[in-house]
Design a protein around this ligand. Structure first.
Ligand SMILES: Cc1cc2nc3c(=O)[nH]c(=O)nc-3n(C[C@H](O)[C@H](O)[C@H](O)COP(=O)(O)O)c2cc1C
Length: 166
């Protein structure tokens, strides 16, 4: 069985809550859910599949703790490991909706890890996102609990099923 770990950053709790829901969907124990504010990037290597989550702030940036964590993680050799990405955002910030998801994926694209968990973003209305890696395809799970809370649990369940299959 694959060992999953979650690494999240959160300023106001929404991404932390999403991390817990994703953990529940994948039967990940609490001890494998890590706030990156107090976690060393090298911990990523302890997992077959590391799931990274960040909200988007400012002009489309990662949450600052995730930015620091990613800076450290870029130097790692994660060959043989898989990475997946999720983020929370607000689709009224329509030019940078959940852009941090794309930024994390891009920043870790040279670590040797295989990136999994691409997903669509149907149900949201926005103009642009760094998370869009091909028309209609996103680098990970995008959640908007502010404007579309009704979509969150179904999207988490569907994404978790996709991760299990990948
Ligand atoms: C100052 C500010 C800037 C934000 N910028 C964006 C943005 O560019 N894109 C986006 O999708 N969401 C943006 N958001 C929304 C947050 O990403 C969203 O509320 C997120 O769920 C917060 O996660 P957290 O509670 O884990 O910190 C912004 C929120 C604030 C307060």
């Amino acid at each position: 069985m694959k060992k999953y770990g979650i690494f999240y950053a959160s300023s106001t709790g929404r991404t932390a809550k999403a991390a817990e829901a994703i953990a529940a969907a994948l039967d990940i124990p609490a001890s494998d859910i890590h706030n990156v504010a107090d976690t060393a990037p090298s911990e990523l290597g302890s997992y077959d599949v590391a799931i990274l989550g960040s909200p988007t702030y400012a002009a489309g940036d990662m949450q600052p703790h995730m930015e620091d964590f990613i800076d450290g993680a870029q130097a790692l050799d994660l060959s043989g490991h898989k990475l997946a990405f999720f983020g929370t955002g607000d689709d009224t910030m329509s030019r940078t909706f959940c852009s941090a998801v794309g930024d994390m994926a891009k920043a870790l694209s040279h670590t040797g890890a295989v990136q999994i968990g691409e997903f669509d973003a149907r149900g949201y209305v926005f103009d642009d996102s760094e998370a869009e890696i091909a028309p209609g395809v996103y680098a990970g799970l995008l959640l908007d609990d502010i404007n579309h809370p009704e979509l969150t649990s179904g999207r988490i369940e569907a994404w978790a099923a996709k991760l299990r299959a990948e």
